[in-house]
Ligand binder design. Structure first.
Ligand code: GN1
Ligand code: MG
Length: 360
């Protein structure tokens, strides 16, 4: 991570850095994040918004304010909104723009919470998915037209596949050969892009405000139980479909190892975890989703595995400019794992559809 003058940023929030412990938080691939511990009195989560990825940081903050208002309205009745508030700086702005043009935002740190990188048990999977299900239940009352697409065409599979084809044609880093199996795997599945497009064009799948980054580690759980508190990483809360959110859970919950596991033999699709996450999500949502949405959830899993795999592959071919990487072929390893899981779904579709029907 680059060196930032965090002390200076904090000053604009009226916080004296000398009385705080500041530590880097290194989980995400996109933003730079810090935990600010103000002497045990209060803690904050400070982030620099990556503007290579989020070209409209003001729109992003507006979404966040709208989102928090919706959550406040929903949970306020019970008097306990679990969602952290965004802090205002000394100019009463919900972000701080520093001298180098960086956008910063600060939120309350959610105390006594934890997250899981891997769904170690079915209970974790069920509860994690219920967290995203509850999120969706509240978002179903929001008007998608009022949310800015913070990344336009973020889940446009057809465009993601085109970007891959461009990267292959350029092969700017001469990496095509190393990735030939993954490239042909992706190119064999161009039809998924067209299938998704026609499904969306038919209006059979409604546009809703969705999360769009439903990794398991974006759920905060209570420290001493597996009850969820809330979901985090709200930068891509914008118009989308439940296929993306359910699909990204399938992508991130079902493997017993992390997304970038270098030993691909460890990547196996776990049916019991798939069942638990389906149960958790649909226990919240089965009465508010349409039949077409429910029938296409598994397709959501397939397109998200293909889409994120393709994005990792494209970034690998383009010299790793998007996702943070820590080793050579890091993005290629990530891609391989996505494609292994996708293949396992394709080989097991009838059984998995049956499971979804059971909870629909
Ligand atoms: C990125 O925020 P983070 O690092 O969890 C990416 C997601 C990918 C994910 C893959 C804005 O998420 O789309 O699914 O990496 N977010 C963005 O781990 O591109
Ligand atoms: Mg994210």
């Amino acid at each position: 991570m680059k060196d930032f003058n965090v002390a200076d940023i904090l000053q604009h929030y009226g916080i004296d850095a000398d009385s705080c412990t500041i530590s880097g938080f290194h989980r995400g691939h996109i933003n730079d994040s810090f935990i600010v511990d103000a002497g045990g009195r209060c803690r904050f989560f400070l982030q620099r918004i990556n503007q290579h990825v989020f070209k409209d940081p003001e729109g992003l903050i507006e979404n966040l304010i709208r989102f928090n208002a919706a959550m406040q309205k929903y949970y306020g009745k019970e008097g306990s909104n679990p969602y952290p508030a965004i802090k205002q700086n000394r100019n009463k702005k919900f972000y701080h723009l520093d001298h180098d043009g960086n956008f910063w935002r600060m939120m309350d740190f959610v105390a006594d919470s934890r997250s899981f990188d891997i769904a170690e048990t079915a209970d974790i999977a069920r509860e994690g998915a219920a967290a995203f299900g509850r999120f969706q239940l509240v978002m179903n009352n929001e008007d998608p037209a009022e949310y800015v697409p913070t990344i336009p065409d973020f889940h446009h599979l057809g465009k993601r596949l085109l970007q891959l084809q461009n990267a292959i044609a350029k092969d700017a880093f001469a990496r095509k050969q190393q990735a030939k199996d993954e490239i042909s795997f992706a190119l064999d599945r161009l039809s998924y892009g067209a299938d998704l497009e026609s499904l969306l064009e038919s209006n059979a799948i409604p546009v809703r405000v969705t999360h769009n980054d439903t990794k398991l580690n974006n759920v905060l759980f209570e420290n001493k139980s597996v009850k969820h508190i809330c979901v985090v990483d709200l930068d891509t809360v914008m118009p989308g479909t439940v296929l993306y959110d359910y699909g990204d859970m399938v992508r991130t919950f079902t493997s017993p190892v992390e997304e970038d596991e270098p030993d691909t033999s460890k990547v196996v699709f776990r049916n019991d975890i798939f069942e638990a996450l389906t149960d958790g999500y649909l226990s919240e949502l089965k009465d508010s989703l349409s039949n077409t949405e429910k029938e296409n959830l598994l397709f959501g899993g397939k397109i998200m595995l293909l889409m994120i795999g393709v994005r990792f592959l494209t970034d690998y071919l383009e010299g790793d400019h998007y996702f943070k990487t820590a080793r050579e072929k890091h993005n290629l390893d990530r891609c391989k794992n996505q494609f292994i899981l996708l293949k396992q779904i394709e080989e097991n579709e009838i059984e998995l559809q049956e499971i979804i029907r059971k909870y629909s």
